[in-house]
Design a protein around this ligand. Structure first.
Ligand code: BTN
Length: 243
Protein backbone atom coordinates (compact mmCIF):
# COMPACT_ATOMS: atom_id res chain seq x y z
CA UNK A 1 0.00 0.00 0.00
CA UNK A 2 1.49 3.32 -1.03
CA UNK A 3 1.49 6.02 1.66
CA UNK A 4 2.19 9.66 0.78
CA UNK A 5 3.09 11.74 3.84
CA UNK A 6 2.69 15.51 3.76
CA UNK A 7 3.45 18.21 6.32
CA UNK A 8 0.62 20.53 5.43
CA UNK A 9 -2.05 20.58 2.75
CA UNK A 10 -5.45 22.18 2.30
CA UNK A 11 -7.28 18.87 2.41
CA UNK A 12 -6.03 15.31 1.86
CA UNK A 13 -9.31 14.51 0.09
CA UNK A 14 -8.82 17.31 -2.43
CA UNK A 15 -5.12 16.49 -2.86
CA UNK A 16 -5.83 12.83 -3.60
CA UNK A 17 -8.64 13.73 -6.01
CA UNK A 18 -6.34 16.10 -7.88
CA UNK A 19 -3.59 13.45 -8.03
CA UNK A 20 -6.03 10.93 -9.46
CA UNK A 21 -7.07 13.36 -12.17
CA UNK A 22 -3.43 14.10 -13.03
CA UNK A 23 -2.07 10.55 -13.29
CA UNK A 24 -2.86 6.90 -12.82
CA UNK A 25 -2.72 5.82 -9.21
CA UNK A 26 -2.23 2.59 -7.32
CA UNK A 27 -5.42 1.37 -5.69
CA UNK A 28 -5.56 1.95 -1.92
CA UNK A 29 -3.05 4.83 -2.06
CA UNK A 30 -3.14 6.78 1.21
CA UNK A 31 -2.37 10.48 1.67
CA UNK A 32 -1.75 11.54 5.26
CA UNK A 33 -1.04 15.07 6.48
CA UNK A 34 0.26 16.45 9.79
CA UNK A 35 -1.89 19.48 9.24
CA UNK A 36 -4.81 20.40 7.01
CA UNK A 37 -5.36 24.08 6.28
CA UNK A 38 -8.86 23.59 4.92
CA UNK A 39 -9.99 20.24 6.31
CA UNK A 40 -13.42 19.38 5.01
CA UNK A 41 -16.23 17.92 7.09
CA UNK A 42 -19.65 16.62 6.20
CA UNK A 43 -22.28 18.95 4.76
CA UNK A 44 -19.87 21.78 4.05
CA UNK A 45 -18.43 21.98 7.58
CA UNK A 46 -14.77 22.46 8.48
CA UNK A 47 -12.73 19.66 10.08
CA UNK A 48 -10.50 21.07 12.83
CA UNK A 49 -7.52 19.08 14.06
CA UNK A 50 -4.45 20.11 16.07
CA UNK A 51 -1.30 19.81 13.99
CA UNK A 52 0.69 16.56 14.41
CA UNK A 53 -1.55 15.11 17.11
CA UNK A 54 -4.25 13.35 15.13
CA UNK A 55 -4.77 11.38 11.97
CA UNK A 56 -6.10 13.19 8.93
CA UNK A 57 -5.83 11.00 5.87
CA UNK A 58 -7.55 9.84 2.71
CA UNK A 59 -7.55 6.49 0.96
CA UNK A 60 -8.26 5.91 -2.72
CA UNK A 61 -10.51 3.06 -3.82
CA UNK A 62 -10.75 2.55 -7.55
CA UNK A 63 -13.17 0.39 -9.53
CA UNK A 64 -15.71 0.50 -6.76
CA UNK A 65 -18.24 -0.99 -9.16
CA UNK A 66 -21.33 -0.02 -7.15
CA UNK A 67 -24.24 2.00 -8.48
CA UNK A 68 -24.73 5.46 -7.00
CA UNK A 69 -27.92 4.11 -5.44
CA UNK A 70 -25.81 1.56 -3.55
CA UNK A 71 -23.42 4.06 -2.02
CA UNK A 72 -24.57 3.25 1.50
CA UNK A 73 -22.89 -0.16 1.11
CA UNK A 74 -19.60 1.71 0.86
CA UNK A 75 -20.53 3.87 3.83
CA UNK A 76 -21.30 0.84 6.01
CA UNK A 77 -18.13 -1.08 5.03
CA UNK A 78 -15.96 1.95 5.79
CA UNK A 79 -17.67 2.75 9.11
CA UNK A 80 -17.30 -0.87 10.20
CA UNK A 81 -13.63 -0.98 9.19
CA UNK A 82 -12.86 2.04 11.38
CA UNK A 83 -15.03 0.60 14.15
CA UNK A 84 -13.12 -2.73 14.02
CA UNK A 85 -9.74 -0.99 14.07
CA UNK A 86 -10.67 1.16 17.07
CA UNK A 87 -12.09 -1.88 18.82
CA UNK A 88 -8.74 -3.60 18.33
CA UNK A 89 -7.07 -0.56 19.87
CA UNK A 90 -9.32 -0.91 22.95
CA UNK A 91 -11.39 2.25 22.50
CA UNK A 92 -14.37 1.70 24.84
CA UNK A 93 -18.13 1.85 24.10
CA UNK A 94 -17.85 2.25 20.35
CA UNK A 95 -20.91 3.09 18.29
CA UNK A 96 -21.57 4.33 14.77
CA UNK A 97 -23.83 7.36 14.69
CA UNK A 98 -25.76 7.36 11.44
CA UNK A 99 -24.52 7.77 8.83
CA UNK A 100 -20.84 7.46 9.72
CA UNK A 101 -19.62 9.25 12.83
CA UNK A 102 -17.65 7.03 15.17
CA UNK A 103 -18.51 7.65 18.82
CA UNK A 104 -17.14 6.39 22.09
CA UNK A 105 -20.05 6.68 24.49
CA UNK A 106 -21.62 9.98 23.46
CA UNK A 107 -18.44 11.63 22.20
CA UNK A 108 -17.29 11.75 18.59
CA UNK A 109 -13.73 10.60 18.00
CA UNK A 110 -13.75 10.08 14.25
CA UNK A 111 -15.41 11.67 11.24
CA UNK A 112 -15.59 10.19 7.75
CA UNK A 113 -16.04 12.05 4.48
CA UNK A 114 -16.53 9.86 1.42
CA UNK A 115 -16.34 11.65 -1.93
CA UNK A 116 -17.31 9.60 -4.97
CA UNK A 117 -16.16 10.08 -8.55
CA UNK A 118 -18.97 8.99 -10.82
CA UNK A 119 -19.13 7.66 -14.31
CA UNK A 120 -22.80 8.01 -15.19
CA UNK A 121 -24.70 6.14 -12.50
CA UNK A 122 -21.68 4.05 -11.42
CA UNK A 123 -19.22 4.93 -8.67
CA UNK A 124 -15.93 4.88 -10.48
CA UNK A 125 -13.65 5.76 -7.59
CA UNK A 126 -14.00 6.84 -3.99
CA UNK A 127 -11.88 9.13 -1.89
CA UNK A 128 -12.30 8.04 1.70
CA UNK A 129 -11.35 10.81 4.12
CA UNK A 130 -10.84 9.97 7.78
CA UNK A 131 -10.27 12.39 10.63
CA UNK A 132 -9.47 10.56 13.87
CA UNK A 133 -8.75 12.33 17.13
CA UNK A 134 -5.78 10.49 18.60
CA UNK A 135 -3.50 12.48 20.93
CA UNK A 136 -5.30 15.84 21.14
CA UNK A 137 -6.89 16.46 24.53
CA UNK A 138 -8.02 20.07 24.34
CA UNK A 139 -11.01 20.71 22.10
CA UNK A 140 -11.89 24.23 23.20
CA UNK A 141 -15.58 24.87 22.92
CA UNK A 142 -16.35 21.89 20.67
CA UNK A 143 -19.07 19.88 22.40
CA UNK A 144 -19.23 16.09 22.57
CA UNK A 145 -15.80 15.52 21.08
CA UNK A 146 -13.04 13.30 22.43
CA UNK A 147 -9.88 11.45 21.44
CA UNK A 148 -8.20 8.12 22.03
CA UNK A 149 -5.80 9.73 24.50
CA UNK A 150 -8.58 11.51 26.41
CA UNK A 151 -10.47 8.22 26.66
CA UNK A 152 -7.62 5.83 27.35
CA UNK A 153 -5.11 8.08 29.14
CA UNK A 154 -2.14 7.24 26.94
CA UNK A 155 -0.38 8.54 23.86
CA UNK A 156 -0.65 6.55 20.65
CA UNK A 157 1.85 6.15 17.84
CA UNK A 158 0.11 7.72 14.83
CA UNK A 159 1.79 5.38 12.34
CA UNK A 160 0.62 2.31 14.25
CA UNK A 161 -2.96 3.57 14.40
CA UNK A 162 -2.82 4.44 10.69
CA UNK A 163 -1.57 0.91 9.88
CA UNK A 164 -4.41 -0.67 11.83
CA UNK A 165 -7.12 1.42 10.17
CA UNK A 166 -5.78 1.16 6.63
CA UNK A 167 -5.39 -2.62 6.98
CA UNK A 168 -9.01 -3.00 8.09
CA UNK A 169 -10.20 -0.57 5.39
CA UNK A 170 -8.39 -2.43 2.63
CA UNK A 171 -9.77 -5.80 3.76
CA UNK A 172 -13.34 -4.57 3.89
CA UNK A 173 -13.07 -2.65 0.61
CA UNK A 174 -11.83 -5.80 -1.14
CA UNK A 175 -15.13 -7.45 -0.18
CA UNK A 176 -17.34 -4.60 -1.41
CA UNK A 177 -18.88 -6.43 -4.35
CA UNK A 178 -19.22 -9.83 -2.70
CA UNK A 179 -20.69 -9.02 0.70
CA UNK A 180 -24.44 -9.60 1.05
CA UNK A 181 -26.35 -6.40 1.79
CA UNK A 182 -28.40 -8.10 4.54
CA UNK A 183 -25.25 -9.27 6.35
CA UNK A 184 -23.65 -5.86 6.15
CA UNK A 185 -26.81 -4.09 7.29
CA UNK A 186 -27.07 -6.47 10.25
CA UNK A 187 -23.46 -5.76 11.33
CA UNK A 188 -24.00 -2.02 10.91
CA UNK A 189 -27.27 -1.95 12.84
CA UNK A 190 -25.67 -3.94 15.68
CA UNK A 191 -23.38 -1.00 16.39
CA UNK A 192 -25.79 1.81 15.50
CA UNK A 193 -25.94 4.59 18.11
CA UNK A 194 -29.26 4.80 20.02
CA UNK A 195 -30.89 1.96 18.10
CA UNK A 196 -34.15 0.96 19.82
CA UNK A 197 -33.67 3.61 22.52
CA UNK A 198 -36.22 6.38 23.09
CA UNK A 199 -34.70 9.44 21.40
CA UNK A 200 -35.53 13.02 20.51
CA UNK A 201 -35.23 14.26 16.94
CA UNK A 202 -35.36 17.73 15.47
CA UNK A 203 -36.89 18.28 12.05
CA UNK A 204 -35.65 21.08 9.72
CA UNK A 205 -38.55 23.34 10.79
CA UNK A 206 -37.38 23.10 14.43
CA UNK A 207 -40.08 20.70 15.58
CA UNK A 208 -39.11 18.12 18.23
CA UNK A 209 -40.29 14.54 17.92
CA UNK A 210 -39.87 11.45 20.06
CA UNK A 211 -39.06 8.18 18.39
CA UNK A 212 -36.88 5.11 18.13
CA UNK A 213 -34.15 4.44 15.57
CA UNK A 214 -34.92 1.03 14.09
CA UNK A 215 -32.20 0.75 11.46
CA UNK A 216 -31.37 1.83 7.92
CA UNK A 217 -33.18 1.40 4.61
CA UNK A 218 -31.69 0.02 1.37
CA UNK A 219 -30.77 3.56 0.29
CA UNK A 220 -29.16 4.27 3.64
CA UNK A 221 -31.90 6.43 5.07
CA UNK A 222 -32.58 6.31 8.80
CA UNK A 223 -35.62 4.24 9.73
CA UNK A 224 -37.41 5.71 12.76
CA UNK A 225 -40.65 4.76 14.49
CA UNK A 226 -42.46 7.76 15.85
CA UNK A 227 -45.26 7.95 18.40
CA UNK A 228 -48.31 5.93 17.38
CA UNK A 229 -45.86 3.43 15.88
CA UNK A 230 -45.70 5.21 12.53
CA UNK A 231 -42.53 4.22 10.68
CA UNK A 232 -40.72 6.88 8.66
CA UNK A 233 -37.46 7.10 6.73
CA UNK A 234 -35.29 10.20 6.78
CA UNK A 235 -32.41 11.46 4.65
CA UNK A 236 -29.43 13.35 6.06
CA UNK A 237 -30.88 16.84 5.93
CA UNK A 238 -34.32 15.75 7.04
CA UNK A 239 -33.66 14.86 10.67
CA UNK A 240 -31.25 15.56 13.50
CA UNK A 241 -30.82 13.29 16.47
CA UNK A 242 -30.51 15.23 19.73
CA UNK A 243 -28.32 13.47 22.29
C1 BTN B 1 -17.12 14.88 9.42
O1 BTN B 1 -17.59 16.01 9.27
O2 BTN B 1 -17.42 14.18 10.40
C2 BTN B 1 -16.16 14.32 8.40
C3 BTN B 1 -14.76 14.74 8.66
C4 BTN B 1 -13.74 14.16 7.71
C5 BTN B 1 -12.38 14.76 7.93
C6 BTN B 1 -11.32 14.10 7.10
S1 BTN B 1 -9.71 14.57 7.60
C7 BTN B 1 -9.01 13.84 6.19
C8 BTN B 1 -9.96 14.09 5.03
N1 BTN B 1 -9.64 15.35 4.37
C9 BTN B 1 -10.60 16.25 4.54
O3 BTN B 1 -10.56 17.43 4.11
N2 BTN B 1 -11.59 15.75 5.27
C10 BTN B 1 -11.36 14.36 5.61
Amino acid sequence: MRIIKLNAIDSTNVYLKDLLHAKSMEDFTVVVADKQLKGRGQMGTVWESESGKNLTFSMLKQNVGLKVTQQFVLNMQISLAVYDALQELNVPNLRVKWPNDILSGKTKICGILIENILSGSIINASIIGIGLNVNQVNFGKLPKVSSMKALLGQNFDLDEVLQEITKKLRNRLLKLQTIAFSELKESYEKVLFRKDKPSTFETPDGELQMGFIRGVSEEGKLVVTLQDNIQKVYGLKEIKLLY
